[in-house]
Design a protein around this ligand. Structure first.
Ligand SMILES: Nc1ncnc2c1ncn2[C@@H]1O[C@H](COP(=O)(O)OP(=O)(O)OP(=O)(O)O)[C@@H](O)[C@H]1O
Length: 247
């Protein structure tokens, strides 16, 4: 499998503290990956490096078939190249409807007026409806985003990211604050999304990770401690010691 994203030997220090320590990681073009690890393991910093928010002191981050370096690109350029990031808290436009939020997020045309004109076409309406359906909001297009449940807002934001047609989606702790039913729907949704693109999910909820049924990367002290199926990594004594045993 050729990698879509290849992170190799990356390190970064903050005031002499090595938050990421010779970290290597790669993900394929249509792969779902969960990242787990104790607080302070470097999960957020790792995502910050991929998205260009934090520049590593050493190592390489390459992208796509031509293995272009992401290290010289701005955050905006990295987003345009096809890397979408969802932070833990949903950031939707609460006073706009689900449909309006999706229209504003469409990749093209770029400005809101052109986007509105586009959505008046059959193709535009179909695109918005398909995005909403993909995240279980097909019946909620006319509702104000502010009226949605926390889980539904998270899904709307995922659909807004999908509107940008990313090839890699980074999702931070989606399960937090969701009901059990919402968490189950979210795992199914993420599995579906990862059939056509790469999805990295940072998550502490082990039941959620189990339902993702994917390869798991365990970070500890800024490096990869273990990688493999959830059963494989949770049997690893080092993982039990630093993470699972602290329950
Ligand atoms: N800008 C910064 N300046 C100084 N230290 C930082 C900075 N960003 C992160 N750190 C430190 O780097 C380490 C890794 O932090 P990071 O937030 O990446 O961990 P995490 O795995 O995301 O943790 P959590 O699960 O708590 O979100 C921590 O010890 C943190 O205090």
């Amino acid at each position: 499998m050729t990698a879509l994203l290849e992170v190799s030997g990356v390190s970064v220090s903050f005031d002499g503290f090595r938050a990421i320590n010779n970290l290597s990681f790669s993900i394929g073009a249509a792969e779902l990956r969960a990242i787990i690890g104790p607080n302070g393991a470097g999960k957020t910093t790792f995502m910050d490096i991929i998205t260009g928010k934090t520049r590593p002191d050493s190592g390489s981050v390459t992208w796509g078939e031509r293995a272009i370096s992401l290290l010289n690109l701005s955050e905006a350029a990295i987003a345009r190249i096809g890397i979408g990031r969802k932070f833990q808290r949903p950031t939707v436009f609460e006073d706009q409807t689900v449909a309006e939020n999706l229209i504003l997020a469409l990749k093209s045309p770029r400005n809101p007026f052109a986007a509105l004109a586009f959505v008046l076409t059959g193709e535009g309406r179909a695109r918005v409806a398909a995005l909403a359906a993909q995240v279980g909001l097909g019946a909620h297009l006319a509702r104000k985003a502010g009226e949605l449940s926390h889980g539904q807002k998270q899904w709307l934001e995922i659909a807004m990211l999908l509107a940008q047609e990313p090839r890699l989606l980074l999702i931070d702790e989606p399960a937090a604050g969701m009901t059990l039913a919402e968490r189950e729907q979210t795992t199914a949704m993420l599995v579906g999304i990862a059939r056509t693109r790469a999805v990295v999910v940072v998550e502490h909820d082990m039941e959620f990770v189990r339902r993702l049924n994917c390869r798991v990367t365990v970070l500890h002290e800024g490096a990869v401690l273990a990688e493999g199926s959830l059963d494989h990594v949770t049997r690893n004594p080092a993982v039990i010691e630093v993470y699972l045993g602290r329950g």
